[in-house]
Design a protein around this ligand. Sequence first.
Ligand code: TZP
Ligand code: MG
Length: 219
Amino acid sequence: MNFSKEEIRHSMLLYAITDRTWLKEGETLTSICEDVLKHGATFLQIREKDLEPSAFQKEALELKALCAKYQVPFVVNDSVEIALAIDADGVHVGQGDIQGKNLRALIGKDKILGISAATVAEAVAAQAAGADYIGVGAVFGTSTKKNARNLSVEKLREICAAVTIPVVAIGGIHALNLRKLSGSQVDGVAVISAIFSSDNPGKATSDLLSLARQLVQPT
Ligand code: TZP
Ligand code: MG
């Protein structure tokens, strides 16, 4: 699918990232993600660090079809090869994945390019490299990503002010601390455990969605 710049900005609102380590017996990533999309997640990224490439690609293909059904952008974490092989909407990469590479040239102009950034310099460089959005974190403590770089909400605010592309905050965000991001000018929140570790991922999604709406469009 093709998404306009405005659609990409709005899709940052509640950005869900997969983590199959939370699946319970009998559950599949696709079934949980369908529940999450039904309950209003606005973006989906497959991020499965422990799957070997062929299993990863198979899961990614299923999730791509699901996201197309809900008209939600779908990106692949880390692997440009798999993103291109399955014709995903785009790819999300970290600082370590972009060194010396022109990812925009590699993926073409129509695919969504998301880049992680934790400093103003990285954010500005990501924008210059053709990123469609940046993921900024970790804004709160998280045990999901072991080597996450922590930054303050004040730093998040500085990054938002330094770029014109959409910014999604990530890292340890859940229903009880999401409001702390207010005033930062983020376009949305990206979450893993607040959704996937929940006993009820659908309800967690709708709760987070209403909080994210209040954060991004305060009434
Ligand atoms: N990048 C920075 S923090 C993080 C990633 C992938 C982990 C976010 O996971 P959670 O469970 O929402 O804290
Ligand atoms: Mg990476």
